[in-house]
Design a protein around this ligand. Structure first.
Ligand code: UN1
Length: 508
């Protein structure tokens, strides 16, 4: 890992504040980052102090004044080169993500691939920031709308996707002409510092103004500062519903915009007409991938009574084959949780589930002994539960899967929708009527609804996000770019008269 840290310019002490190519010296606290993989310290990051925060904000505003005038395809060309740089660093960055966050190496690489994909998407988008033309009701008039950049976009990202979710926001915001200030999770700032080193070289080569891509590091107080700062017209935040509610209240109070991607409580409905081979693999990957720490993690399986026992037994057999251990070893399926606090939450969720009457068919527990010294490795587990249990209604960021039984599809959909969150959902069925009912207006109420695919692992081409307590935001593909721009309606009169709309007469 030492070589990787050196290769990524992050070995030893790191400054945690940058305006692009410059790293600001400051008086912020030193944060020691430890890997959940083996508990060892990786490197330090100096957190952003007030003085540096102000310097970053000022630089961002200055940079925006010129960046917004670059033709969008020229900004796209910079993003294309960012994609190339990420391709060149995929292996090193993927390994670092895996080591700092604890996800499997495959998923670490997958995360960097997701960044590369969004770069490609954003390059094409830079020539497609389309507005409409509208027919005016007045003769000799033309109406159209155009999209302008917003200004400084704040991006708060979560530990579970230390780099990809930032890139969904930043790559789009940049081609749109915005400047970005990124606050990564205080649990995974090293991956962010590494990204900043990678992209800053591209920015320098292209003479992008200093301040277009800034990095600030810190914990909750820094996030609150960004939320309250009226110089940030859009704050995009990924994390817990609790955090999102606080951000929404603060940003809303100053009538700023938010883009929220918060908790999920994602379910797969398995009907009697499911292809069980697909259903089981989809459910297991969805439940244990990233050790249950994706917002799209499968947390509930809603299984028809007629196949319930079969599915339960197949799941138990599949879980018995899971290899838990060092995520950098490609043979392992499941790595550690992010830290010991997460382990505590996992344990208390299991306790709560038992107290409420849950029956564990695959038992959980914390792993100890050789290879598990960090104390962050836990066993993925499965409990038979009831939809109304308090714990089943909540998102616990850990590999705990709840089995729920249903009899009619209507009931299954009601259970699926009967939680406060609305991110991702799936149905496993080969029956057209069941599938289309699930996708209809009376079906899933989530932002993502899949057929014969699990709940996690969405592609970047679609709009990503969810309803209800998931926050309502949509990031990544489709027309999510509009979040990062302001719409302007233009009416131009090229006639010799001044007719008023709605036929109003005004004569002097
Ligand atoms: C998240 O967990 O915050 O669909 C994002 C997925 C990934 C993104 C997850 N593409 O699981």
């Amino acid at each position: 890992m030492k070589d990787i840290l050196k290769q990524l310019d992050i070995a030893g002490e790191n400054k945690g504040t940058s305006t692009g190519t410059e790293w600001l010296p400051g008086s912020g606290d030193l944060l020691q980052i430890k890997s959940p993989v083996d508990g060892s310290p990786i490197a330090t990051v100096q957190q952003t102090d007030d003085k540096n925060y102000e310097a970053v904000m000022a630089k961002a505003a200055e940079a925006f004044a010129s960046w917004r005038l670059w033709p969008a395809p020229k900004r796209g060309e910079v993003v294309r080169q960012v994609g190339e740089a990420l391709r060149n660093h995929k292996e090193a960055l993927g390994k670092l993500v895996s080591y700092e966050m604890g996800k499997s190496l495959q998923e670490g690489y997958g995360e960097v691939q997701e960044m590369i994909d969004i770069c490609d998407f954003a390059v094409g988008l830079s020539r497609q920031l389309y507005g409409l033309t509208i027919h005016s009701e007045r003769a000799g008039h033309r109406m159209y709308e155009q999209w302008h950049p917003l200004g400084t976009v704040g991006i708060i990202s979560a530990f579970n996707f230390p780099v990809a979710v930032w890139s969904w926001n930043a790559m789009l915001a940049w081609v749109c002409g915005d400047v970005c200030i990124w606050k990564p999770s205080e649990k995974t700032p090293l991956s962010a510092v590494a990204c900043q080193h990678i992209i800053s070289k591209v920015f320098q080569k292209n003479q992008v103004p200093e301040g277009v891509c800034s990095l600030v590091t810190g914990a909750r107080a820094l996030g609150e500062k960004l939320a309250a700062d009226h110089r940030i017209p859009l704050l995009s935040a990924t994390g817990s519903t609790r955090m999102g509610k606080a951000v929404a209240a603060t940003v809303g109070a100053r009538l700023g915009k938010t883009l929220l991607e918060l908790g999920g409580n994602n379910a797969i409905i398995i009907t009697p007409e499911a292809d069980l081979n697909i259903a089981i693999i989809g459910a297991v990957f969805g439940a244990v991938g990233t050790a249950g720490q994706r917002c799209t993690t499968t947390r509930r399986l809603i299984i028809h009574a007629s196949v319930y026992e079969t599915v339960k037994n197949k799941l138990a057999a599949a879980y018995a084959q899971l290899r838990i251990g060092n995520p950098l070893d490609e043979h392992n399926h499941v790595g550690p949780l992010i830290d010991k606090a997460a382990v505590q939450q996992y344990l208390s969720a299991i306790e709560k589930c038992k107290t409420e009457g849950g029956n564990f068919v695959v038992e959980g527990g914390v792993l100890e002994g050789a290879g598990y010294e960090s104390g962050c490795y836990v066993k993925p587990c499965i409990a038979e539960a009831q939809p109304h249990y308090e714990i089943v209604q909540q998102e616990t960021f850990a590999p705990i899967l709840y089995l729920l039984k249903y009899n009619t599809l209507e009931e299954a959909i009601a259970i699926q929708n009967g939680v406060p969150q609305g991110l991702s959902s799936s149905i496993m069925t080969l029956n057209l009527r069941e599938a289309e009912t699930f996708l209809s207006a009376a079906g899933s109420d989530c932002g993502i609804a899949n057929v014969n695919i699990g709940t996690s692992g969405a592609e970047i081409g679609g709009a990503f996000g969810g309803e209800k307590e998931t926050g309502g935001g949509r990031e990544s593909g489709s027309d999510a770019w509009r979040n990062y721009m302001r719409r302007q309606t233009n009416t131009i009169n090229y006639s010799t008269a001044l007719p008023l709309a709605q036929g109003i007469k005004f004569e002097l």
